[in-house]
Design a protein around this ligand. Structure first.
Ligand SMILES: *Cc1c(COP(=O)(O)O)cnc(C)c1O
Length: 506
């Protein structure tokens, strides 16, 4: 299997090259030239597989330049049951509410309690093997600018993985107290964490600048190092996400909810950068029986408008919400969907992306829009509705949802009401409520708790546990006793020095 580029069909590379390189030379994204097909017989076989085996099966069809042993090593390192509380990386939970049955696909039982683990636990292993094939002997230096979840997931994923170093920059005042605590206590010999005097955009822009700086690259090369990216546009982050869509379907087959060949399901996905839901789309194109993919957004509803009208317009106010990992106005992975929906028309896609960067908007043609709408449905809800959903679900279904997942539940309830669609539906749940204890406590109407900063972050966690009778996830509990390892703060102008210091060069 070869990979081409969304902006240039002449490119054709192996998977290892696509993963090692991250982004293509033309600035486009790598996409598989065709999608492997899964039959009903395959699904029946997959039904009895462990998650590790399922990951091997799916990844094996895409990573044809990897040996079966290499793929097994990656899958076992990432998804071994002891890494996930409860043992299953993607358990499906049935929720009954009157005549509506829905399923929550919980993707947050990993080491950082957010769904980013599903990709970032395996990416380091895929990357190390890809580099060994394409740039043998080099150490990969991963630079990450984070607004919270990605930084911690990358640190946990790359921690003590031979042949890698991971350096994370976060805005000094731009992450939650718990997110900061997760990062500054990070263990591992090859990790570095540094706060910057600036916001997330400053961090992101500076990291991109360093990444492409020829003199920095030269210094790294002298030390047998090279920059690499754990960014969500890397194919090595998208591919592992396809696996849990198959896992969800297999679990529905096992439970008897799916009882005939080809029976379809809906997936509802809380969406930011469009990576998670795109993986669901690829699963569908591979043959997974999907009726609708429902794209759920918060008040940053640029995707809702796009899927409804065909116009993508990022020129709009940016809202800071209680589902911060979805506060995003440029959804990078949408480019891959456009490529597929235009049957690989790289020229058209390039044109739209050029318009987006020059004017902030573009409009797709009627035919492309109709194709998108035949698969995708989109809606959004604001913070008030999100909070109400958290509260209502606790009361009616005794289910504790984090704010990101609550956006998806609310959008599904609205969709169900207007469409009457009776298709079995899986809501993809992306974070543990304990990562967002303050918002969840407020939603539940807890008077005990006040604003951020009033209490220590662990106080909120214990309060949430006491109020709901649910258990604090072990990785969050464990943070309480961990020493702070990283206290550095740097000016944006000094980030190059910080990179060299953290990489152990100077
Ligand atoms: C990253 C993230 C999302 C958004 O996923 P995308 O793949 O960017 O669409 C949703 N919820 C949580 C908790 C996240 O961390």
């Amino acid at each position: 299997m070869k990979y081409t580029c969304t902006r240039n069909r002449m490119e054709s590379v192996e998977a290892a090259q696509a993963i090692a390189q991250g982004i293509s030379a033309s600035g486009g994204l790598f996409v598989p030239e065709q999608l492997p097909q899964i039959t009903y017989a395959d699904l029946c076989r997959m039904q009895n597989m462990s998650y590790v085996e399922l990951a091997e099966e799916i990844l094996g069809r895409f990573l044809t330049d990897f040996t079966a042993d290499e793929i097994r090593e990656c899958a076992e390192a990432a998804y071994s049951p002891e890494k996930f509380s409860g043992g299953h990386p993607a358990p499906l939970v049935m929720l009954q509410n009157g005549e509506i049955t829905q399923y929550a696909l919980e993707l947050w039982h990993g080491p950082t309690c957010a769904f980013k683990d599903m990709a970032l636990q395996i990416l380091p292993h895929l990357l190390v093997k890809s580099l060994a094939k394409t740039n043998p002997g080099k150490t990969a230096v991963i630079l990450v600018a984070t607004s919270g979840d990605t930084g911690k997931a990358a640190l946990e994923g790359f921690k003590d993985v031979d042949g890698t170093r991971v350096l994370v920059f976060y805005p000094q005042d731009g992450v939650s107290p718990m997110q900061k605590r997760q990062m500054v206590t990070q263990e591992g010999a090859n990790v570095g964490v540094c706060a910057i005097e600036g916001n997330f955009d400053d961090a992101q822009t500076a990291v991109k600048g360093i990444f492409t700086d020829a003199s920095m690259q030269a210094v790294l090369a002298q030390h047998q190092m090279m920059f690499s990216s754990a960014n969500s546009i890397n194919w090595g982050r998208l591919l592992p996400q396809i696996v849990y869509y198959f896992s969800a379907y297999c679990q529905l087959m096992n439970s008897g909810e799916i009882d005939y060949e080809g029976e379809k399901v809906n997936f509802v996905v809380p969406t930011g950068n469009f990576g998670n839901i795109l993986a669901g789309y690829y699963a569908m194109k591979m043959g997974l029986p999907v009726n609708r993919l429902i794209c759920a957004s918060n008040e940053n509803n640029v995707l809702t408008d796009f899927i409804r009208t065909g116009t993508y317009n990022r020129c709009r106010p940016f809202h800071t919400t209680i589902s911060p990992s979805m506060d995003i106005l440029v959804s990078s992975n949408l480019e891959r969907l456009l490529y597929d929906m235009t049957n690989g028309d790289a020229e058209k896609v390039s044109g739209w992306m050029r318009q987006l960067s020059e004017t902030g908007s573009y409009t797709v043609d009627a035919e492309t829009l109709a194709k998108i709408q035949s698969v995708f449905y989109a809606d959004f809800c604001d913070d008030t509705a999100t909070m109400q959903t958290v509260k209502k679900m606790k009361e009616t279904e005794n289910y504790l949802s984090d704010p990101h997942s609550a956006v998806a539940f609310e959008v599904y309830h609205r969709y169900h009401a207007v469409s009457g669609d009776q298709t079995p539906t899986v809501v993809v749940s992306t974070a543990s409520p304990y990562k967002f204890s303050a918002s969840v406590l407020t939603a539940l109407g807890s008077e005990l708790y006040a604003q951020d900063g009033v209490n220590d972050e662990f106080e909120q966690v214990y309060q949430l546990s006491a109020l709901t009778g649910t258990q604090v996830p072990q990785p969050i509990q464990a943070l309480a006793g961990k020493p702070v390892r990283f206290t550095d703060v740097t000016a944006v102008a000094d980030m190059r020095k910080a990179v060299l210091r953290l990489a152990g060069i100077e």
